[in-house]
Ligand binder design. Sequence first.
Ligand code: HEM
Length: 396
Amino acid sequence: MTEIDLSDPDTYLEGPPHDYFTELRASDPVHWQPTGDGGGYWAVLKHADVETVARQPLLFSSAARGVVLEDLDGERLEQMRGMLLAMDPPKHRQVRKPLTPRLTPRAVSGLADSIRGICADIFDSVEGREEVEFVNEVAGPLPTRVVGALMGLPRADWERIHHLAERVTHGQDPDYAEDSGGAATATTEMGAYAYDFAVSRAGREPDGEGDLTDALLAVMDPVAFATLFIQLVTAGQDTTQTMLSSGLLALLDHPDQLAALRNNPSRIPAAVEEIVRWANPLHYFRRTAMTATELRGTKIRKGDAVAMYYTSCNRDEDVFADSQAFDITRTPNKHLSFGQAEHFCVGVHLARLEGRIFYEQLLKRYTTIEQAGAPRRLRSNLNNSYKEMKVALKPR
Ligand code: HEM
């Protein structure tokens, strides 16, 4: 078996190495991946083992060295530790608490009309064009605008926030890395924006229940708000954009399933789930072992980095029948693309709602959708994303 470097962003340029993951799941499911700097990490590839790691947040810490593979310098690590994603219990639970009631299925359902309106605006903006670049012109604007609506941000600022979010998440791709400052500067800029926004809300009497910003500012100061804001905007941007664009590509590559969806739109929620399993927006998240332990018989040393590979565990043949197949009727569908346990995606219900409404509106509005050129993938070892996807959208 030829070794493939799972930490190298170039590895994913032609798509994830699914055959390699399949071989490793059978022969070396807790795989030591050396890295160029003389170090390395454990790539955890089986569904059950990813669950084991995710369910023990004190043994497998998010805060110790952060959740990405690259060891961050002091300032970046501190910045990351301010994020929910990189906190451990008990602090994590305390910070997450005010968010969850505002992001339940019932709470986010109140945004459905607003999401429909945002989709219509986006489709109107490309009306009459023969060809559109689906990732950035159609899928990309949705998540920031929805978070903008959720948090009551002025519309005039949505575009700016969107570009900042891209700079935070796409640093490994040369097309984005050179975009006026790296991830750290973009994070600082977004934090400053959020802080000023919070201060501008001082003394405001919310209408009715108010928006998410009102709810958060009732229990935290503008500095804490700014940090949570960065997390909400960045965690939901590339992931949701990918769900919408990679999902379209999966459907175009499986025309029988696209036709089935058009004939029976009540299948859209299950299709969204399968899109998120099969084209998982994130490849992995990382933890750090706080004491020596074992995983499937493999000894993990204290301090070792451990990466939970969603790209592999979502295709684990012990859990999913015909696991490599894209099947919009798959049920049950216990994929781990939204994580699991302590850090389970707090935006999951919003993401699902966005996916459902987006595909409903897209398929209703355009009777024919065709690829208009080869899509280009983002260079990243974390984001399983495209950066360009030209399509022709033909309305009824
Ligand atoms: C298809 C879309 C999405 C995917 C695939 C996704 C994936 C994930 C994953 C895998 C985690 C777990 C992180 C870990 O275990 O370290 C996570 C956490 C998180 N997600 Fe999402 N996400 C999506 C959409 C969203 C949206 C729309 C929002 C915000 C509105 C959001 C906000 C968050 C936040 C704040 C966390 C941290 C939760 C915590 O640490 O307690 N996500 N997401």
